[in-house]
Design a protein around this ligand. Structure first.
Ligand code: AMP
Ligand code: MG
Length: 357
């Protein structure tokens, strides 16, 4: 399959909303070009094709959420197990009515506070949402992304877009256009190449169908922030706490079933106080290098977690590109907000291989 790649970096959300008022002639030309590309992409979606597009979290690989055959093509392109449901992306909160039979006050409150943004909500699904989209579940995951190209694509397509991350299943999520081009050339019909993802890790997934709202996947919006808006408790799915993420449980032996977001290199997390972590990483690096291994190090600034989230997947891919055999990653010590979400990915990437110092 030939993949068409269009540059949409010049699509400016502010100009889109305000019309031509603030746009000079050059900017207007760039905008028109980007809008033309998005119209082509939207036509591809309507014809049952696959379009990769930028969002603020990570890039997505989208198709018409109501077109079962197209959804199946997305699973095939990514090599994604078909029981792993997709997030359905909409362009206006009111479009959720096409997907769910019941709009609850809690949904409205959260949408009002956090959409457009990195929050996915799990709702009861309408009959018309294909099983392929929801992995056979009677619920549907919905999000309204905060990115002008994504919103314009959804609007121009005239349908909600089912879209998982635009990477090959199992590999690190794509936060730069070049990641998508590398993973999906020949597999997607169109790639909309925008700028780098601003948030860098996937949305928080919040289940609103359980008795207590439950976070199934942590994101940059924490349980505390969500709970404050809802005025009641929000809990984290047990599974997130069990795998050593916050319980301090003993590291698990590596297992393929845990390898998600995974680099090609072996990865080991070093956990403990900042000084000790750095010392142990240096020691392990020298040791492994003496044995002939190429070693990459991943350390983040403890005071800049938003940047750590933004850069996490790109750093994994960079280290893979360097061809390292082993990645030594320093665990983040604050596990409350973004730190919890990043560590969730880091543990999965490393297959839960951890040494404590
Ligand atoms: P991705 O599209 O790669 O960002 O992954 C989407 C995430 O949302 C996966 O972790 C899915 O398991 C989760 N998800 C999507 N739909 C549902 C649903 N109906 N119920 C529970 N989790 C869901
Ligand atoms: Mg994914």
């Amino acid at each position: 399959m030939k993949t068409e790649i269009f540059d949409v970096t010049k699509l400016n959300g502010d100009v889109l909303e305000s019309g031509e008022i603030h746009a000079g002639r050059g900017a207007r030309r760039d905008m028109d070009e980007a809008l033309r590309s998005i119209r082509i992409a939207a036509k591809t979606i309507r014809a049952g094709g696959l379009v990769a597009f930028p969002t603020e979290t990570v890039y997505g690989l989208g198709c018409d959420a109501f077109n079962e055959a197209a959804v199946k093509k997305v699973y095939a392109a990514k090599g994604r197990p078909s029981d792993n449901p997709m997030i359905v992306h909409i362009a206006r909160a009111s479009d959720v009515g096409a997907l769910t039979p019941r709009i609850t006050p809690e949904f409205v409150r959260l949408a009002d506070s956090f959409w457009p943004g990195p929050l996915t909500m799990i709702l009861k699904k309408k009959e018309c949402v294909p099983d392929a989209t929801t992995g056979g579940l009677d619920t549907v995951a919905v999000r309204l992304p905060d990115h002008p190209a994504a919103l314009e694509l959804i609007r121009a397509s005239g349908c909600p877009l089912a879209a998982p991350s635009a990477n090959l299943s199992g590999s690190p999520s794509p936060t730069k256009a070049e990641h998508v081009i590398r993973d999906l050339s020949g597999k997607a019909d169109v790639i909309l190449a925008g700028s780098d993802s601003r948030v860098g890790i996937e949305s928080a997934v919040l289940d609103l169908t359980s008795d207590i709202p439950t976070i199934l996947r942590p994101g940059v919006l924490s349980a505390d922030v969500l709970s404050e808006v809802l005025g009641r408790e929000v809990v984290c799915d047990d599974a997130l706490l069990r795998d050593g993420v916050s319980s301090g449980a003993a590291p698990k032996s590596p297992g393929m079933k845990y390898r998600h977001y995974a680099p090609k290199a072996e990865m080991l997390i070093v956990e403990g106080s900042e000084d000790r972590v750095r010392a142990e990483i240096n020691r392990l690096k020298s040791l492994n290098e003496r044995l002939g291994a190429a070693v990459g190090v991943m350390l983040f600034d403890e005071r800049a977690y938003a940047e750590a989230a933004r850069d996490f997947y790109a750093r994994l891919r960079e280290l893979d590109d360097l061809g390292v055999d082993l990645i030594l990653a320093g665990a983040l010590s604050d596990r409350t907000g973004i730190g919890f979400a990043i560590m969730n990915r880091m543990f999965k990437s490393a297959g839960y291989r951890v040494v404590k110092v």
